[in-house]
Design a protein around this ligand. Sequence first.
Ligand SMILES: [Zn+2]
Length: 371
Amino acid sequence: MKVLEIRLRLESPLILTRRRTATGFLSPLRYIPSTTLRGALVTALYREGYLDAAQLKREKLSPEIVSSPAYPVSGGARTVPAHPFISKCKQCGEIVGEKSIRDLERRLVDGDGFGWSVECDKGHRALRPLHPNEFLTVVNGEFRADKKMLGEKREGSSADDDRVPRELYSVSVAISKSRASGVKGLLYHYEALSPGLEYWATVAVPGSIDFPRSKFVLHVGRGVSRGFGMVETWVVGGRSVKNLSNGCRVLYALSPTLDMSNPSQPSTFPRVIDLSRAAAKFGLMSNTVVRVVRVFGRMMWISLGWDLASGVPRPWVVGRAAGSLLVLERDCSDEALGALAYLGTVESVGEGFLPGFNMLVPLKELVHYAS
Ligand SMILES: [Zn+2]
């Protein structure tokens, strides 16, 4: 198994929609889900001749290639989804909550009166949680909110304002081919992520599969046949499983979490994780089983994507949003724990298996994954 870090740059608007909102409009996702990215990567590797038909078939039945979700790059720095204990004051813009990784871990382990802050330092009681839809950078062991990323209102544009607008809005009307006029009721409203935006992701690939070393193009999201969703992709470096310097008690979810091991009773997070599978992929020996005793994070509907083999959408399931925090029963210092960040677990869905969930990073090591 080798792990590569990739960068993605949008070359044309990207339409990634979450569920229909109450008004009937579709609101865009601000990151690329792992199932979507993995599908686009596998397709591109096959198209470019890096996978043969047999390998492509194997990827559908027992997936080996695992990609993380792709999160925004801001000012050259990788960002990760905000955890549940950080908010922003709607009045003065101050970031309130637990910014230090060390303090966050300590408070989750000791559980000493973990309360939500209800006001900022200036006493405004108007906090907006950043979890799970905003993204933070990690600098010197602290979470930082980048104003650019938080979509601040523009206060008069200045000369050095070279920001890329985050979202594009477009309303299209379907044109009848026979009458060459608009068709009543066929008004489409799109919200798309704009060209120029950059994302980062990790991809775990079996050693037997070559991975392109030069730039290649992925087709992601909706409207690919109309030129949307062209994403330039390239490798920026390799990643290795980090030795844990000391015991780890809290895991940060880099992807959404869910547990489909008992299909009749799906859970929003894995209660028990056997590290032996992930360890074996990296040539490590481990028979450690870790137990999750508490979880903090928003529950959300998760799309399991399309089943390309049978051409039907997979079901939606309830899981926990990326950025959630999982507290282990006891400290774990098994090196194999680090492998979960790149491989996660493989969840069974119907006839097949789906990777890209439960990608968990030891919280203390998060600085190595996002900085
Ligand atoms: Zn305030």
